[in-house]
Design a protein around this ligand. Structure first.
Ligand SMILES: [Zn+2]
Length: 460
């Protein structure tokens, strides 16, 4: 009988990995890294309960590292099959996986220097070379096309509206002539957002795995454009700079789009915009090229992200020169939670300036510089120095790439009949139980919150 094992994102948000078995064959859906607490990250170093060499195929929903970041390790430990995903996801992974490997190598070097590792010579989880080997296993499948992987597995991807290339998957599992339809939501995006298409709704499934990131809350109401215009105008009037720590993937492109719109509508002055992240620049090029993945109107397609004066700074020298800009400007740079990267230099330069503003546009994890700013820190330690926070700090909550609670419930409304079982995954415990209660109340469906490493038969 077919079965599924929850090897990640069970009772937590990260580490998405779901193993489906039928007829002695094994298919893994997503292969993410665990991120967050030390205890969760430790799981990346534990042996998988199944030998990677016995997994036949890997399917991906989208490129985020918590869905793909374990792939180089899986390949290094013996996985030899093809990895199927959308072409945009493939291209994003070709940037993100070597970058992730680079960070792993840096962590290992740091541990060796500080001698805090119990190993004599700490090793990275995987190397840049191993990430390149893993990329040679990728095979493209188009959205909406039905792809027969084997006699046991057929998959059809659909738009999830979460980031470029993000899909939810309809997987038909065949064993002994009997078919079982399993839907994997991947991560779902928001409705009525610019650039990305709305999430398509599934109509049927025997078993459903649904993400629950924001299962306990909705995003704040109000217009992103109004809030952005307000911060930018006030800061420009004071003669300051707006500094935005931003994730290079998706948030940076969304911001550039909004800035362009505000300038077209003449709601903000034509300030210079510095995009100071080589990764964000590369990904912006991809957003422009993968047009089939977005729903921009033809009149904005040629130039969706280019505000009046955009400077894409790739080199370190160009990046440093932004420090000399004394007139009002907007600086977008990574990392998104101010944990490292070029944004730290900009914060060190602009935080002491009461005319400037720091705009927080994404989730800020516990213990990060972004979270400290969000919570009103008076000083921020950057490169060993205590930097005074005199700039205005503004949080814009609407710029999330994830569906809020009511948007998740809206996505479920397309089902013509209840799934036999709905498994809630990819959420913290409070979000999981809150979404379970809402689904039971609104739809009367049977809902399960699976445990880490739990196996469930898909035959009843
Ligand atoms: Zn995601």
């Amino acid at each position: 009988m077919p079965k599924i094992t929850f090897l990640g994102a069970a009772g937590t948000v990260t580490g998405s990995k779901y193993l489906v078995e039928a007829d002695g064959k094994r298919l893994l859906v997503d292969c993410g890294l665990f991120e967050g607490s030390a205890e969760l990250k430790q799981r990346n170093w534990e042996r998988l309960p199944v030998d990677p060499s016995t997994i036949d195929w890997l399917l991906l929903t989208h490129a985020h590292i918590d869905h793909t970041g374990y792939i180089p390790r899986l390949v290094r430990d013996g996985f030899r099959g093809p990895i199927f995903c959308n072409p945009a996801t493939h291209e994003l992974c070709s940037l993100l996986l070597p970058d992730s490997a680079h960070l792993q190598e840096e962590d290992a070097q740091f541990a060796a220097r500080k001698k805090y590792s119990t190993h004599k010579a700490p090793l990275p989880l995987y190397t840049v070379a191993e990430s390149q080997t893993a990329l040679s296993h990728f095979r493209d499948i188009a959205c909406h096309d039905s792809c027969t992987i084997s006699p046991q597995f057929t998959v059809r991807p659909h738009d999830a509206g979460h980031i470029l290339g993000a899909t939810w998957l309809e997987l038909t599992v065949t064993e002994n002539g009997k078919q079982t339809l399993v839907v994997f939501s991947g991560d779902l995006g928001r409705y009525d957002q610019p650039i990305l298409k709305d999430p398509e709704s599934p109509t049927r499934a025997d078993y459903l795995l649904c993400e629950s990131t924001y299962g306990d809350r909705d995003h704040p109401p109000g217009s992103v454009l109004d809030e952005l215009a307000d911060v930018i105008n006030r800061t420009a009037k004071r003669g300051g700079a707006v500094v935005v720590p931003s994730f290079a993937l998706d948030r940076a492109q969304m911001l550039m789009y909004y800035l362009h719109q505000l300038q077209l509508q003449q709601r903000i002055p034509q300030l210079p915009v510095y995009v100071d992240s080589p990764m964000a620049i590369n990904i912006t090029d991809m957003y422009v090229r993968h047009r089939a993945d977005h729903d921009l109107k033809p009149q904005v397609l040629d130039d969706p992200f280019n505000a009046a004066e955009v400077h894409m700074t790739r080199s370190v020298e160009e990046s440093k020169k932004i420090n000399d800009v004394v007139s009002p400007c907007i600086i977008i740079s990574a990392s998104g939670m101010a944990t490292g990267g070029r944004i730290l230099h900009h914060l060190a330069r602009r935080l002491p300036d009461s005319r400037s503003a720091v705009l927080l546009v994404g989730y800020q994890g516990e213990g990060t510089g972004g979270r400290a700013l969000q919570e009103g820190a008076k000083y921020l330690k950057i490169h060993g120095e205590e930097v005074p926070v005199r700039a205005q700090v503004v949080n814009i909550g609407q710029l999330s790439a994830h569906a809020g609670k009511s948007e998740l419930l809206r996505w479920l409304s397309g089902f013509q009949a209840p799934p036999r079982q709905t498994f809630l995954v990819h959420g913290e415990p409070v979000a999981l139980s809150s979404l379970r209660d809402a689904i039971v109340k609104q739809y009367l469906w049977p809902v399960t919150i699976p445990a880490y490493k739990q196996t469930i038969d898909l035959s009843c």
